[in-house]
Structures are given as structure tokens and as C-alpha cells.
Design a protein around this ligand. Structure first.
Ligand code: IMP
Ligand code: MG
Length: 177
């Protein structure tokens, strides 16, 4: 795709290489027991499917819809569950799989919601982390890449639902042109 507003920040091969490393690390950290991957729709679905295939053990996958952002680039600060899980988390090790941690508002809220479902443990894996933007404290256990405070798209991340299927992570310079 050639789009003058896009600049590649993380090329596709680098993303895949890092996901293979994360898969090995997470597999080693959970040698046994039921491990549930919870994919936060829609942005994390590309990361979750590649990470699940990089795992050296069985994982359950489930999906949760959460919305914080409207159609633009700024957070509304409101969190809404738009689709809930199908599988019970009771007694399970849970790994929340997220595309990007920005203000931390979404994950902070989600941790509280999921803790009430009596899992054995909960950890977070995020492909991208923008630590400069944090408004709520959140510990991300597995981070793919730390990135600067720029708006990025691709590999699941969108701007007004566009650009999700790019295989690289790109900086979006002038989204409104
Ligand atoms: P938080 O609640 O501010 O941490 O927001 C997390 C959510 O905001 C992510 O799951 C994304 O959907 C969205 N988001 C944050 N930064 C970006 C970005 O740079 N590009 C696209 N979406 C983003
Ligand atoms: Mg998201």
C-alpha cells in the first residue's frame, strides 16, 4: 500500500520476530494449567492469532469487545463492554492480549472487571506500549515494543476503522487528508 501519510515504524518481519520471542517466553512461564488468551477486539486480533501460533503449548482463545476511543485520535475516557467472554475464567491463568497501551484507562478498567471472575492469575501482553501517555497505573507483563508518543496504525490498529490490515506498524502523519 502506498499512502503518503504513512511512515513505517516497525516492519512486518520485526513484528513477527518479536512475537516468536514472546511466544517462547510466555510458553516457558506457563508450563501447565489452562491458559486463556483474551483478545481485546478489534485491534488485538492480528497480534493474538500470531501469538497463539507462536506458543509451544495449548491455549484457549476468547474475545472481549471494549470501546474507549471514538472515531478519531483522542480518548473519550469512557469504557464500555461491547462483547463479553463466552468461556468462564474461574481457576484459569488469564493473559489479556492487547494491541497498544496508551493512557492505561482500558486495561485498568478491564483488570477490575476480570478479577471479579475468580481467575487463578491475570497478566497482560501488549504488542505496543506508549509509556509517556499513561494516566492510570498498569503493569504490562509482556511488551512487544515501546514506542514514542505518535499515533500509529496497521497490524490491527486503525484510524476510523482504516489501515488495520497493513502488515507493518506505521506512523500516521496527516489522518484527515
Ligand atoms: P488506553 O485506554 O488509552 O490505554 O487506550 C487503548 C486503546 O486505544 C487501544 O486498544 C487502541 O484501540 C487505542 N489506541 C491508543 N493509541 C493508539 C494509536 O496510536 N493508534 C491506534 N489506536 C490507538
Ligand atoms: Mg484496542
Amino acid at each position: 500500500m502506498t499512502d503518503p501519510n504513512l511512515r513505517v515504524l516497525i516492519p512486518a518481519e520485526k513484528i513477527q520476530e518479536r512475537i516468536r520471542e514472546l511466544g517462547e517466553q510466555i510458553s516457558a512461564d506457563y508450563p501447565n494449567g489452562n491458559l486463556h488468551f483474551i483478545c481485546i477486539l478489534k485491534g488485538a486480533c492480528f497480534f493474538m492469532t500470531d501469538l497463539a501460533r507462536a506458543m509451544q503449548r495449548d491455549v484457549f482463545v476468547d474475545f472481549m469487545g471494549i470501546s474507549t476511543y471514538g472515531k478519531g485520535k483522542t480518548s473519550s475516557g469512557e469504557v464500555k463492554v461491547t462483547k463479553d467472554l463466552d468461556i468462564s475464567l474461574e481457576g484459569a491463568d488469564v493473559l489479556i492480549v492487547e494491541d497498544i497501551v496508551d493512557s492505561g484507562v482500558t486495561l485498568n478498567y478491564l483488570m477490575h472487571v476480570l478479577e471479579q471472575r475468580r481467575p487463578k492469575s491475570i497478566r497482560i501482553a501488549a504488542l505496543l506500549d506508549k509509556p509517556e501517555r499513561r494516566l492510570r497505573p498498569i503493569h504490562v507483563n509482556y511488551v512487544g515494543f515501546q514506542i514514542p508518543d505518535k499515533f500509529v496504525v496497521g497490524y490491527g490498529l486503525d484510524y476510523a476503522e482504516k489501515y488495520r490490515n497493513l502488515d507493518a506498524i506505521c506512523i500516521l502523519d496527516s489522518p484527515d487528508q
